[in-house]
Write a protein that binds this ligand. Structure first.
Ligand code: FES
Ligand SMILES: [Fe+2]
Length: 359
């Protein structure tokens, strides 16, 4: 699946970008990030002198990066501002292509496309910045502390397909996030302003570990829901919750899981994860911390030991030339996947169209 160039991508959790330059590969390009006094600088990770990656250098005075090889220095716009050798002359070709970056909701977002970057298109992940205090009205969000990133050797669209395919939790994540008793749960799709949401409600079911953990009174049985919302192209907000059997979503307690996918290349994806408790029943900060940590460990295991292993094997099979003509057999559980494929195609077409437009 090709990349959509003109959109914001989550490069790195802000807490993971320190004072040293950081090299990443995004949309199959080497990208350099470093903090400056005014924000985060993003540019090609390549010195124009002898093509040494700039992330091997160091940040000077909080406003420029010095190449590790001969010491040319580039400011946050990629302009060469210092040549320590002989006359100090700087030729016009000594310029690095730079990009727009914004730090918001604990994530450093980058825009690598040619179209003008619109900050309003960054997904609203403000619950991730909650201070944990109950608000006067609206949902009460509490940090889980379960913020991490992993690399999957799979195309971003394959991971998106996995996230919107809620039925796999019954089998792949049996006893952790689902079980076969939930396999007959009803699934529906609703459009939203920036994408769509796949909803799944299982009524009066035996609770898997994650739902048991987040429930009021450590329930063994209850109603559960998993509503996966696609925001734009590569941000997925998973609204999951649990309630007493027969009560449905109203008054339940849950978790908002955030999944952000950033293509490294065609077959590798940087996968960022975070989550907040929603209207948690456990009121002491110690309880919140304990529950949040257990949920984070559980999610980490499900993503790394189960989804990652399966998706990497799936990607390898899809890339196998011997299987090149195979087509997937679609079932009625695949409505989220089918909708995602259509959504992605329309976004890819729009991305190409705007590239061809003048101005
Ligand atoms: S390669 Fe960077 S200064 Fe020479
Ligand atoms: Fe999964």
């Amino acid at each position: 699946m090709p990349f959509i160039e003109n959109q914001w991508y989550g490069a790195v959790w802000a807490k993971d970008l320190g004072t040293e330059p950081k090299g990443l590969r995004i949309l199959d390009k080497p990208i350099l990030l470093f903090r400056t006094e005014s924000g985060v600088a993003v540019m090609d990770d390549l010195c124009p002198h002898r093509f040494v990656p700039l992330h091997l250098g160091k940040v000077i005075d909080g406003n420029r990066v010095r190449c590790a090889y001969h010491g040319l220095e580039f400011d946050g716009t990629g302009t060469c501002v210092h040549n320590p050798h002989t006359s100090g002359r700087i030729p016009p070709a000594a310029k690095v292509k730079s990009y727009r970056a914004i730090e918001r909701h604990g994530m450093v977002w980058v825009w690598l496309g040619e179209r003008e970057a619109d900050p309003a298109l960054i997904p609203d992940l403000s619950p991730l910045e909650s201070d944990g205090r109950p608000p006067a009205s609206g949902p009460h969000y509490v940090q889980t502390g379960a913020q991490f990133s992993l690399v999957m050797k799979a195309n971003y669209a394959l991971i998106g397909d996995n996230l919107l395919d809620l039925s796999h939790a019954c089998v792949l994540h049996d006893t952790l996030l689902g079980n076969l008793e939930m396999a007959d749960a009803e699934i529906g799709i609703e459009d939203t302003n920036s994408g769509f949401i796949v909803r799944r409600l299982a009524v009066d079911t035996k609770l898997p570990a994650l739902f048991h953990l987040m429930s009021k009174g450590a329930l063994e049985q209850g109603d559960t829901w998993t509503d996966m919302e696609l925001i734009g192209t590569t941000c997925f907000a998973n609204h999951i919750g649990v309630n007493d059997a027969g009560k449905g979503r109203s008054g339940g307690t849950g978790l908002l899981g955030i999944n952000i996918l950033t293509p490294i290349d065609e077959e590798t994806t940087l996968y960022h994860v975070d989550g907040v408790l929603v209207d948690p029943p456990h009121r002491s900060p110690e309880d919140h911390a304990r529950i949040g940590q257990q949920m984070g460990e559980l999610a980490n295991f499900a993503f790394t030991a189960q989804d990652k292993v399966t998706l990497e094997a799936q990607q390898a099979a899809i890339s196998d030339p011997a299987l090149a003509t195979s087509r997937p057999a679609m079932f009625d559980i695949d409505i989220g996947s089918a909708r995602y494929a259509r959504h992605l195609k329309s976004l890819l077409d729009a991305d190409k169209t705007t590239e061809l437009m003048p101005g």
